[in-house]
Design a protein around this ligand. Sequence first.
Ligand code: FAD
Length: 309
Amino acid sequence: MNDVRNVIIIGSGPAGYTAAVYSARAELKPLLFEGSVTAGGALMNTTDVENFPGFPDGIMGPDLMGNLRKQAERFGAELIADDVVEVDLKADPKVIKTYDKTYYAKSVILAMGSGYRELGLENEKRLSGRGVSWCATCDGFFFRNKDIVVVGGGDTAMEEATFLTRFGRMVTVVHRRDQLRASKIMQDRAFANDKIRFVWDSEVVDVLGDTKVEAVKLRNIKTGEESELATDALFLAIGHDPRTELVKGQVELDENGYIKVAHPGTATNIDGVFAAGDVVDHIYRQAITAAGTGCSASLDSERWLASNE
Ligand code: FAD
């Protein structure tokens, strides 16, 4: 076998590109698979990112990812805009396949991210970053003294709604049932907050607005009645799914499908396989934490390669 890479990185978000920058600067000549459709990761779907350190005036999500990509390329990382569709991580060397080619690597960094669940509304994508958001920590600040709608009934939804009352004039939680799934303590906290009100038995069937969110269309599930509710923001807190289908049955996953690593390191249960970013992390889910663990994964793989030489 003549072309065995030191390290192959799967995923092109902040975690993957950061791992590529570090591995390239360590002269490991990394190869990174970006994905065929969504190269650049979750931040390609947003506008202003104001909490990534080093940008005092903020930066647009796609610009930040374009910069990270350029930085990885500058040090010689090889980037391929293709999907990895099959892996054998227990083999030696490890096998990575796209639809039409097979690659081999001594070590692998998994950085496939996670997908936020969407409602599937016609205007949801169009207004993403323009009032539609999946992250209160990221975007709450933009809605000071504004009206906010939160969709969801679990712990995350209650946490996001409570957090958003720091900014919003009023936070309306829209939930499909007449009671919440959230733990009692989170419910009590939300019920006690006079800036949160609830619309029960209802779903959001459309989000309206030309260049930014102006209203949501609601449908009462019991009566079928439709109504419009004016709002400046729609926060979706209906869950997220790690992209781990590819490694299921090989890498150990937790009960929610996230990759298990030996915290505070990034090693998985398979020797020479490391994981970083949102595919591991269901707690912080930030660009900077993904970039941070991408750095750790690169350093871990570099040390692993050195000790296995
Ligand atoms: P991702 O960014 O999800 O990237 C993973 C990439 O890997 C994707 O491009 C995917 O297509 C690719 N991939 C997956 N599987 C394969 C495969 N088999 N082959 C090849 N490629 C593959 N965070 C902040 O800190 N500040 C913000 O302002 C902010 N705003 C956000 C706004 C939106 C709309 C969203 C959705 C998220 C936002 N976040 C923000 C969260 C942040 O984007 C994520 O925490 C971060 O992008 C996670 O990085 P990651 O590298 O782990 O994964």
